[in-house]
Design a protein around this ligand. Structure first.
Ligand code: SAM
Ligand code: SF4
Length: 359
């Protein structure tokens, strides 16, 4: 135990140190969590911020090998929520003092789509007196598109790198222009240029992924100096090509526990960023997100997508809360957050402190 504490006490961690710490279990893991919780309370406090999540469409032009809504999965019924319903969800978030929402969906880059999103952002801003913060998660776009949406009022963007190991990235995506690793890195740079608070993240427990890969993912996030992070366990989906490699997967509990270690380590090395407790954690452990909030995460994304569409946004199997309305989700969440000894930052945007320090 002394050994682990002496690694944890270092000012700077090497890849080897992080690789060791990411594998902790039992009492040693508790030492890691103690340090990450202390860091969280000291640098970002005990508040948890809500982002109302609208998964507005599962229509996607891409074919990521891991994702249940990939273009070539014909077993999924495609939907596209109408603007008026998205705006209604935004007003729901605003009235319930969520202060912020996330618009997430499949990736598309046609002109109609770009203009539609632009119009939607402007409408939401107008309907909520400019009060509601807007985060986008709509994949790779050109700098021009990112800038257009930013100028209309979106101010945060989530684009996971999925894995910073180029070789692994290429194993989990088709080899074509649309799924190019360097293009994804360029997209992250464009987001920064356009002025967004930039969020990225990875999936934890992908087939072929090592602890060293994950350690390098954390160092990658530090190097590109992200403002926000959302990472979760990889969960296999039977209608995807990556399902063939399920024999190589870590047991689900290990993927879960390693995701918590990743969150804790990221909190320690990037003290004042925002870190989300991903929904995929809850798919594995009913208290998964609360556990993440205790050890470093400070953002949670209640699903406010109109219920009739939720069952068709299955990125992975057993996705939670697909039958509940937004209010059910809200009620059960506030109770869970109090259980985790955290306070809900209602009515506050809860921006990344890190972003404003850089400015
Ligand atoms: N299309 C956009 C994109 O890819 O950035 C946003 C939506 S996409 C569904 C959001 C995230 O879902 C991806 O970044 C990926 O990490 C995650 N995801 C997809 N399939 C998953 C799976 N099988 N297990 C866990 N997470 C998954
Ligand atoms: Fe489309 Fe995003 Fe799924 Fe890839 S991860 S297939 S871009 S929705």
């Amino acid at each position: 135990m002394t050994d682990i504490q002496s690694i944890l006490d270092k000012e700077q961690y090497s890849v080897e140190d992080i690789t060791t710490l990411l594998q902790l279990e039992g009492d040693n893991q508790k030492l890691l969590f103690k340090k990450s919780e202390e860091t969280q309370l000291k640098y970002v406090g005990n508040k948890v911020f809500y982002r109302g999540l609208v998964e507005f469409s599962n229509v996607c032009a891409k074919n990521c090998y891991y994702c249940g809504i990939r273009k070539d999965n014909n077993n999924v019924e495609r939907y596209n929520i109408e603007d008026k319903d998205i705006i209604e969800a935004a007003i729901f978030a605003w009235k319930n003092r969520y202060a912020s929402m996330v618009i997430q969906g499949g990736e598309r880059s046609d002109e109609h789509f770009i203009n539609r999103i632009d119009h939607l952002i402007q409408q939401i801003k107008k309907e909520t007196n400019g009060d509601l913060g807007i985060t986008l998660s709509l994949g790779e776009q050109t700098l021009e598109t990112y800038q257009k949406w930013y100028n209309s009022g979106a101010h945060r963007y989530l684009l996971r790198i999925e894995s910073s190991n180029q070789n692994l990235y290429e194993q989990i995506h088709p080899k074509d222009q649309l799924h190019d690793y360097n293009q994804r890195i360029e997209a992250l740079k464009s987001l920064r240029k356009a002025g967004y608070q930039v969020g990225t993240g990875v999936m934890v427990g992908l087939p072929g992924q090592t602890f060293e890969d994950l350690a390098n993912d954390l160092l990658f996030m530090k190097e590109i100096d992200i403002d926000m992070c959302g990472m979760g366990p990889y969960i296999e989906h039977k209608d995807t090509p990556l399902f063939e490699r399920r024999g190589e997967l870590w047991p689900i509990k290990k993927r879960f526990s390693t995701t918590l270690n990743m969150i804790a380590m990221l909190r320690i090395i990037m003290k004042d960023i925002n870190i989300a407790a991903a929904t995929a954690l809850q798919a594995i452990d009913p208290m998964g997100r609360e556990k993440a909030l205790k050890i470093g995460a400070n953002v949670i994304m209640p699903n406010i997508t109109p219920t009739f569409n939720r069952k068709n946004y299955q990125l992975y199997e057993n996705k939670p809360c697909t039958d509940e309305g937004a209010e059910d989700c809200g009620n059960c969440l506030s109770m869970r957050i109090e259980l985790a000894n955290r306070e809900i930052g209602l009515g506050e945007w809860g921006d990344s402190k890190h972003y404003f320090k850089r400015k």
